[in-house]
Design a protein around this ligand. Structure first.
Ligand code: SAH
Length: 218
């Protein structure tokens, strides 16, 4: 719908480009993917505001600026294979699908994964595979990955994910406590991994074997 694409252009201009995201491929992907189709019907009027929104099962679709910022930090190239942990609505997954060759995404809550799979199909993103699984153990079948993106808050970087990252690869992950985190960028070379701290963020917890314990989750 023309009107919605205008709203998307405005979202990208006001909340993303103006706040410093420059990568033209990321900005184009954010203009293209219809975020309103990733939120519950009654929240569609709010889809192009710069805020996280509830998507059911106590989870949220991330704020558009953060989706764009993390996509930019990944420095994606068109031939990359990407692993994403925390599909949620599938919005970030779809953005990655436009920017990379293949995307594998894991979501621990099956009702969310099912909806995300339906959305990938509707949008014709046939290079994206979403599955229900504990993403903290990674997805060894398709490893190594050029890029790994974790979109839930981790107490520390899950070792299986660092292991499944290709040499020359990069992982972006929010690390911290349950209330607030920093984005952390890991670059892997043949000597090991190098860690760089990014901005402050707030994500729902990463729950799993190498994440937070479910019983103590808020
Ligand atoms: N990028 C998503 C954000 C979803 S919120 C979006 O924009 O819609 C984070 C998601 O991570 C939640 O759906 C949560 O269920 C999921 N999650 C938490 N721990 C996980 C784990 N160990 N493996 C896979 N998914 C996990």
């Amino acid at each position: 719908m023309a009107e919605l694409s205008v709203k998307r252009d405005q979202m990208v201009e006001r909340h993303i480009a103006r706040r410093g995201v420059r990568d033209p491929r990321v900005l184009a992907a954010m203009r293209e993917i219809p975020r309103h189709r990733f939120v519950p019907d009654h929240l569609r009027p709010q889809a192009y505001r710069d805020s996280a929104l509830p998507i059911g099962a106590d989870q949220t679709i991330s704020q558009p600026y953060i989706v764009a910022r993390m996509s930019e930090l990944l420095a994606l190239e068109a031939d990359h294979t990407v692993l994403e942990i925390g599909s949620g609505s599938g919005y970030q997954t779809a953005i990655l699908g436009l920017l990379a060759r293949r995307v594998y995404s894991l979501e621990r809550i099956s009702e969310l994964a099912k909806k995300a799979i339906g959305r990938m199909r509707e949008l014709g993103l046939d290079n994206v595979k979403v599955q229900t699984f504990d993403g903290t153990v990674g997805w060894s079948e398709f490893a190594p990955y050029d890029r790994i993106l974790v979109t839930a808050a981790a107490p520390s970087p899950p070792q299986p994910l660092l292991d499944q990252l290709a040499v020359g690869g990069r992982m972006v992950i929010p690390e911290g406590d349950r209330q607030s985190q920093r984005l952390v960028v890991y670059d892997k070379d043949r000597h090991g991994v190098h860690r760089r701290l990014g901005e402050e963020v707030t994500f729902v917890p990463l729950i799993g074997r190498y994440g937070w314990d479910k019983r103590t989750s808020a």
